[in-house]
Design a protein around this ligand. Structure first.
Ligand code: CMP
Length: 145
C-alpha cells in the first residue's frame, strides 16, 4: 500500500472542547504522523476558498460562520493509505452515522460542527495541502536517535 499525505483540520469546536491532544494522539497511534502543523484563525476569505466546492449548498453560510468562529489546527498527516485511514478514524460526516469509537461519534456536536476535516481523495489531498502549506513547511524526515 502506498504512503500518502492528507490534510487534517481540527475545527473550532475541537479547540473549544480542548481535545487537540486527544485527536492528534489518535492519528499518531494509527501511524498517521503529522509532518506539518499550524494553529490559525481562518479569515472568511480563506474559509470560503477552502470550501468553494460547497458554495452552492444550503449549509454554506453556516459552515463558513462555524469555521471562522475560532482558531483551527491545520495538519498534514503522512502514512500508509493515509487518506482513507484518516477518514475511518474521523467517522462519517454526520456523527449520528459515525461508527462507535470514531472521533466524530465521540466528540462531534452535529453534522455541521463535526470536529475534524479530512481530505476525501488523493486529488483533493494534494489541493488542500497546497492551499495551506508549502513544501518548506513539511517535515517528513526526522532525525533518528
Ligand atoms: P467537512 O468534512 O469539513 O466537509 C464539508 C463540511 O460541510 C462538512 O465537514 C460539515 O462540517 C459541513 N456539512 C456537510 N453537510 C452539512 C449539512 N447538511 N449541514 C451543515 N453542515 C454540513
Amino acid at each position: 500500500m502506498a504512503v500518502e499525505r492528507t490534510l487534517s483540520i481540527i475545527k473550532p469546536d475541537g479547540l473549544e472542547k480542548d481535545i487537540i491532544g486527544e485527536v492528534i494522539g489518535r492519528f499518531e497511534d494509527a501511524d498517521l504522523r503529522p509532518i506539518a502543523m499550524r494553529m490559525t484563525w481562518l479569515s472568511r476569505q480563506e474559509a470560503e476558498g477552502f470550501y468553494a466546492v460547497h458554495a452552492d449548498q444550503p449549509f454554506f453560510d453556516e459552515l463558513i460562520e462555524f469555521m471562522t468562529r475560532g482558531p483551527v489546527v491545520l495538519m498534514v498527516l503522512e502514512g500508509e493509505n493515509a487518506i482513507e485511514r484518516n477518514r475511518m478514524i474521523m467517522g462519517a460526516t454526520d456523527p449520528d452515522e459515525a461508527d462507535e469509537g470514531t472521533i466524530r461519534a465521540e466528540f462531534a456536536t452535529d453534522i455541521g460542527e463535526n470536529t475534524v476535516h479530512g481530505s476525501d481523495s488523493p486529488e483533493n489531498a494534494e489541493k488542500e495541502i497546497r492551499y495551506f502549506f508549502s513544501d518548506t513547511d513539511l517535515y517528513p524526515d526526522r532525525a533518528q536517535e
